[in-house]
Design a protein around this ligand. Sequence first.
Ligand code: PAF
Length: 280
Amino acid sequence: MEVAVTVKEVRDQVKEWRRQGLSVGLVPTMGYLHEGHKSLITRAVSENDRVVVSVFVNPMQFGPSEDLESYPRDMDRDVAVCKDAGAALVFSPEACEMYHDGFSSYVDMDTLTGGLCGKSRPIHFRGVCTVVAKLFNIVVPDKAYFGQKDAQQLAVIRHMADDLSYGIEIIGCPIVREYDGLAKSSRNTYLNDTERKAALILNKSLLEGKKLIEAGEKDADKVRNVIIDIINTEPLAKIDYVELVSWDTLEPVKKISEPVLAAIAVFIGKTRLIDNFIVS
Ligand code: PAF
């Protein structure tokens, strides 16, 4: 497995693979890889001849008061995880390789990005769309893999790939959880022992919401309130949002009659965690 740091190195390698008639998959990440990322890479390896994993903590998607500086990084471990999972190339550029002096072009979206995480992170999806568009242009993969834990991001990227006619298949992969149900996230490392226990309230509340829906509840507000009430039993938890939205438009629903995304963002201490489920 190779590690590339420049756009040119990636382009040359992919060009050679294409000359050999090989298919290429892309797994975009911000590194500090965990089992969730590994499941994306493993799936990509099973569906493509060659897999590129990008490891880039994208400054453009962090707001001024967010955790860009403290975001966990461990490049040596990431390279080992990628190699072990069967990736062919890791692309790990410096910020100046992705955003040269005078960079001033962005990919933005009028729909899907205003609610949920977009509400409390107003510049986030512009940063995500811009960097993912750049990665698509650099790698030009056949397929790209994203986790369902960032459900809004998955919907936004699918929409962007369609709007901008990338012709890349966007594959959403299931959430991977810890043994006790906590969704895997690089940000889980911020939690101390007490917070780690408190964070279980996210999955616990969602499981109750899901149970209610599976039992036939159609009133989205009722389900939402049950989730909110359960989260509020945890003193360390502070709700950012609890929403039931259409999985198609990401607009809030009143009645559960179409594919619905139940998505939550909760602060546990200073750490903001997200989780969700989709009812189809
Ligand atoms: O999900 C992430 O890790 C990031 O948002 C992504 C898609 C790699 C873009 O920086």
